[in-house]
Design a protein. Structure first.
Length: 240
């Protein structure tokens, strides 16, 4: 599961995202810093509102509200979509064909269960090469009474060898050459499924332990990302 992420970019990061997606990103959508984005909060995504149009950035609610639903709060909070069952779920199977988006993040958070301990250990995971992380998402627009709400869910998959000791799920991370294709509405089902099933690049992730202050959904401070020292003979802050 991927229920929290950071979206903190410098101008150079936005330029790199533009280079990868081949889109003119609206910097005011991506440069609003969030060190701890939680479900129901807004975040910047990149999508194609029109299949033949250019990629565009917009602010959208983290937590999918399907266009056919009764609106926010009318159903389960769908902030993740399991990649293995996308085509079986009414909320996702139509979107995977035509409403795919890229969610640029600086990193995501996950909690590691530890034998014999009640509290889980929080980790911050990011790309080892320092690039912004581009994760696969699905989005939709819910309309009522003349207003619109864009929202999205992040796709998840089984963990790679790096993530496996930390958690049993991880986001679907798009490599630079695949990210533009992900939002291309002309792709067929087989091509999309192949992208979803592709194994993450070896060594794509790095990570470090962080304070349990991250567990407070309202905590949104740069110090949240700071590594903490190992305790009681644990391994060092870098994992792997």
């Amino acid at each position: 599961m991927c229920g929290r992420f950071a979206q903190v970019f410098e101008d150079t990061d936005v330029s790199r995202i533009e280079e990868i997606i081949r889109a003119a990103c609206q910097s005011d959508e991506l440069l609003i810093p969030s060190f701890n984005t939680a479900p129901t909060e807004p975040a910047g995504i990149i999508a194609k509102p029109e299949p033949s149009g250019p990629p565009m950035t917009c602010r959208a609610r983290f937590g999918l509200v399907p266009s056919w639903s009764d609106g926010p709060g009318s159903g389960p909070l769908m902030f993740n979509a399991r990649s293995e069952t996308l085509r079986e779920k009414p909320s996702f199977r139509g979107l995977v064909r035509s409403r795919r988006c890229v969610v640029p993040i600086s990193g995501f958070f996950e909690w590691q269960a530890v034998d014999g301990q009640r509290q889980k250990r929080p980790w911050y995971l990011s790309r080892a090469d320092g690039d912004p992380m581009l994760v696969a998402g699905l989005w939709d627009t819910w309309c009522a009474d003349g207003s619109e709400l864009d929202s999205f869910a992040i796709l998840t998959r089984a963990p790679d060898s790096f993530m496996e000791p930390i958690h049993d799920r991880m986001p679907v991370i798009l490599e630079p050459d695949a990210a533009p294709d992900w939002i291309d509405g002309s792709l067929g089902d087989r091509q999309v499924d192949a992208m979803i099933a592709a194994q993450p690049a070896a060594g794509v992730l790095t990570g470090h332990r962080i304070s349990r202050a991250i567990s407070k959904a309202k905590g949104d401070d740069p110090s949240i990302l700071d590594p903490i020292e190992a305790e009681d003979g644990e391994q060092g802050t870098l994992f792997g």
